[in-house]
Write a protein that binds this ligand. Structure first.
Ligand SMILES: [Zn+2]
Length: 215
């Protein structure tokens, strides 16, 4: 999980969110089933494109790159099944992989056990990486509930993150061995690129580099 910054609301939501919400709430108030075509209007291409830009096409929770092989979709930070009024609320939308979305499901946030919100919370105050493992820090209950509930240490993620660390460590070793200054600078930049927010698992790489006193 990394800190995310909300981009401008897509025009389609500026123009329609209020009406779309009213339609959905009318169905609910009448006790009728909401047609999928009304319920799923947030799936508009404009919304999807802006969300992808905002999250750099990575899952907002596990930082996996969302691809055809690793599917993901628009996610409601506060579940729409519980708070339908937030179905088209731009601040409530992000991008998540299938597995994080599934782990989170319709978790109802309790005040004392709110999941971390990557747009509003300072992640480093609650969560940090120890090698490929994500752990809560500062005795943060919210950090703990977040990694446990979303299963952010599921085996498949640990395996992929372990591979990433190996790749990074190989490059660090190469940098350490190099004695031509110009090449050393290039290698250092390549090492630092692992923690670019564009990159997969950038927060883990940043923690790793901090641990090695490289950043
Ligand atoms: Zn994920």
């Amino acid at each position: 999980m990394i800190q995310l910054k909300e981009l401008a609301k897509p025009q389609i939501l500026v123009d329609n969110a209020l009406n779309w919400t009213k339609t959905v709430m009318d169905y609910i108030n009448k006790g009728e089933k909401i047609p999928d075509s009304d319920k799923n209007k947030y799936n508009h291409i404009q919304v999807k494109n802006q969300i992808k830009l905002e999250t750099k096409e990575k899952c907002a929770y596990c930082e996996s790159r969302v691809t055809h092989q690793y599917p993901g979709d628009i996610e409601h930070i506060i579940p729409k099944a519980i708070y339908p009024r937030l179905t088209f609320n731009w601040s409530n939308l992000t991008f998540a992989c299938y597995w994080c979305n599934n782990g989170k499901r319709n978790y109802v946030e309790k005040k004392e056990a709110k999941l971390m919100n990557p747009y509003k919370d300072k992640i480093s105050e609650h969560l940090s990486f120890f090698g490929p493992l994500l752990m809560h820090v500062n005795e943060s209950k919210r950090g703990e509930i977040t990694w446990k509930k979303i299963k952010l240490n599921r085996q498949e993620l640990i395996d992929r993150r372990t591979e990433k660390i190996k790749e990074l460590q190989n490059l660090i070793d190469k940098y350490d061995r190099e004695d031509i200054p110009a090449l050393k600078t290039i290698l250092l930049n390549e090492v630092l690129e692992f923690s670019d927010t564009e990159k997969e698992f950038s927060y883990m790489c940043k923690c790793y580099l901090q641990d090695k006193k490289i950043v």
